[in-house]
Ligand binder design. Structure first.
Ligand SMILES: Nc1ncnc2c1ncn2[C@@H]1O[C@H](COP(=O)(O)OP(=O)(O)OP(=O)(O)O)[C@@H](O)[C@H]1O
Ligand SMILES: [Mg+2]
Length: 401
């Protein structure tokens, strides 16, 4: 993980706590919120990996559960040095149990019902104290942009459309005609053989990546300036080569160098991953601050999503993976197959992007973002929401705007 300022993790199935904390942190610069609306047991092995990279961890404890202490121990053992751990419990939690939790290393136990009286103000205070203590360190790290990888569970599931449109929305354009980009965004097509981003973003294909692969050169800023093309919507695109080259021609050091350079010049670096599990995706998985895995909820896609998640997580246990369900409206009441998918994946879908053939077709045909076809189409709005939440959990660089 790079460019971290203060990161807060909440694991709680309680909708009210979840939205209160998410809401209170939403407007805070330099604060990154990650939430799992679930129990610690529910998020399973992910709790440890998540805890290990957050400065403040709030987690819900079930007082009735026999595993209460074991759960708390798991969280406390996984903490980063100096991380603050807060347990949220019922008001009736016996004193003895609260004491035991403290002994295990929990810094505080707060009553779950006192959301606005205790939980939010406490968190606010910790955040303010932490940010005041470490300005130099945080300032330094926040000068680098965030890397967001986008992967897919099957071919054609929509990952490139999601990546391209998320990149456009991440620019957070402002001004009267929404023309002025607040954030610099780069979009890198690592689908080396079948990349489609040049067409989606309406830029000329380039042979730069092919030459880089064939000449075995390590890309630098000068290479990227020449290889990248600004799309009409403002995103800087490094497109896949227009001619075929073997996947094995690309080297890990080349991809690492591309990301290192782009993080210095852009607030967000979006990487469209190939489906092939080639060695040179390792630096992407290592440097990514977040990976969105795009899938549909059909059984074969979900199975393959599960396998991919395990693979990615094995490559980088600290990598945060969020699932995006494409071609599907968020169900008001999850159907059996939604529940089965969430169970197999051991987590819920973070975002839902509805099927919207008309808007997509026009956007693809014209090579424009969905936003230009319809600002209010359900799909445009779904991807905008995804981008907005991304800017909250992964803020742009400081001092560049
Ligand atoms: N939400 C959606 N609604 C309607 N059609 C969609 C949606 N998402 C994707 N599509 C369709 O799926 C096609 C493939 O999308 P896209 O190229 O983004 O997929 P991909 O996962 O990147 O595929 P590839 O494996 O080729 O890289 C699009 O051209 C579009 O027709
Ligand atoms: Mg694609």
């Amino acid at each position: 993980m790079s460019a971290k300022q203060i990161s807060v993790l909440l694991i709680s199935p309680d909708e009210q706590i979840y939205s209160a904390i998410e809401g209170s942190l939403a407007g805070q610069a330099n604060c990154r919120f990650t939430g799992r609306q679930d129990t610690v047991t529910g998020v399973n092995g992910a709790a440890v990996a998540l805890t290990a990279r957050h400065d403040v961890v709030l987690f819900d404890v079930d007082d009735q559960s026999d595993d209460l202490m074991q759960t708390a121990r798991t969280i406390c053992d996984a903490r980063m040095p100096n991380a603050i751990i807060i347990a949220l419990a019922s008001e009736d939690l016996p004193l003895e149990k609260a004491r035991q939790l403290r002994k295990l290393g929990v810094d505080d136990v707060l009553p779950r019902t006192a959301i606005n009286e205790e939980i939010v103000p406490q968190l606010d205070e910790i955040r303010a104290r932490r940010q005041a203590q470490l300005p130099a360190l945080w300032g330094g790290q926040a000068t680098q942009g965030k890397v967001i990888a986008v992967a897919k569970s099957r071919g054609g599931v929509g990952s490139s459309i999601v990546a391209a449109n998320m990149a456009n929305e991440l620019q957070s354009k402002e001004g009267f005609f929404k023309k002025k980009a607040t954030n610099e965004v780069a979009l890198v097509d690592l689908d080396f053989q079948f990349g489609s981003l040049a067409a989606l973003m309406d830029v000329e294909e380039s042979d730069a990546m092919w030459r880089m692969a064939m000449e075995e050169s390590i890309p630098d800023t000068a290479f990227l300036e020449q290889a990248m093309v600004k799309s009409p919507c403002g995103v800087d695109v490094l497109s896949a080569p227009s001619r075929y080259g073997p996947l094995s021609a690309v080297k890990e050091e080349q991809i690492a160098a591309i990301l290192d350079c782009l993080k210095r010049s852009h607030d967000y670096v979006i990487v469209d991953l190939p489906r092939a599990l080639v060695e040179w995706i390792t630096p992407v998985l290592g440097q990514a601050d977040l990976l969105y895995l795009v899938t549909d909820v059909a059984v074969p896609s979900v199975r393959s999503a599960r396998k991919l998640m395990d693979f990615y997580q094995a490559e980088n246990p600290a990598l945060e993976i969020q699932l995006v369900a494409n071609l599907e409206k968020k169900p008001i009441i999850p159907a059996a197959h939604h529940r089965a998918a969430a169970k197999l994946l051991e987590r819920d879908f973070a975002f839902w992007v509805p099927k919207d053939e008309r808007t997509v077709r026009e956007a693809v045909d014209r090579g424009v973002p969905l936003q230009d076809v319809s600002n209010r189409a359900p799909m445009t709005r779904a991807i905008r929401k995804l981008a907005q939440q991304t800017t909250v959990s992964l803020p742009p660089r400081v001092g560049h705007h």
